[in-house]
Design a protein. Structure first.
Length: 238
């Protein structure tokens, strides 16, 4: 069995609100944190262009000075090539015949976890952190807690090791995710999330709202907007 370092973590980092919050969470807990992103031909590919700036900004926050390690960007064009979804094609966002949203990319998180685990194995990272959520999500089956737990078992069996998959946002809605970000990094971290992260399914950076950039109408934007509103109301923010 390969020896993994208990102090090291790998964060699946897309450049969105959730993965940025998870990166901050990991920096507050582990001595060495690396990141991995995936280019699979997504329509909102602008998120990949934002990742370096977000990493630089978080590295300057007092979350864990000197803890942020290398970034890895993996190209998986085959995933986009076999997907006919609203995130990989000019397809209308809505519900498909299966009852799942057309933004569901079959197998995406399963593929991501396989690649992330292989990378973590090589880099000696025992902990793998991802921002999936079963509270505020679009019904994606690969975001569910049972799926992640099953993947942890499968990866540990297949690689004969003892990874720990962490999902800090699994039972948090978007309002609670904003609250977590504030607890982790205060207003500076919130400012990074609002100004630099990308959640919009259409990759719209032309419109800046109080909750961040986005088209304002896609499901991802509506979740983020509603979460921001509820967090401000519950915390009596101006």
């Amino acid at each position: 069995m390969v020896a993994l370092d208990e102090r090291r973590a790998l964060v699946l980092f897309s450049g969105g609100q959730d993965s940025t919050t998870c990166l901050a969470w990991a920096l507050a807990r582990f001595a060495e944190v690396e990141t991995v992103g995936f280019d699979y031909g997504q329509r909102h590919r602008v998120e990949l262009d934002l990742r370096p700036g977000i990493r630089d900004a978080l590295g300057e926050l007092p979350l864990g000075p000197g803890r942020l390690g290398p970034d890895h960007l993996l190209a998986i064009p085959a995933l986009g090539a076999i997907s006919d979804t609203a995130l990989t094609r000019e397809v209308e966002i809505g519900l498909g015949e299966s009852g799942l949203p057309t933004t569901f990319v079959p197998g995406r998180n399963l593929v991501f976890l396989c690649f992330a685990a292989a990378l973590a194995y090589r880099r000696g990272c025992r902990h793998v952190v991802l921002g999936v959520c079963e509270t505020d999500y679009s019904g994606y089956p690969d975001c569910r807690d049972d799926t992640v737990k099953a993947m942890q078992v499968a990866l540990n069996l297949g690689l004969e090791t003892r990874f720990v998959l962490h999902t800090p946002l699994m039972w948090r809605d978007k309002a609670q995710t904003f609250a977590l970000a504030e607890r982790l990094g205060g207003r500076p971290l919130l400012d990074v999330i609002l100004a630099q992260t990308q959640t919009c399914y259409l990759g719209d950076r032309s419109q800046r709202h109080d909750w961040g950039y986005g088209c304002g109408t896609c499901p991802a934007c509506r979740l983020r907007k509603d979460g921001w509103r509820r967090w401000r109301q519950s915390s009596a923010r101006p």
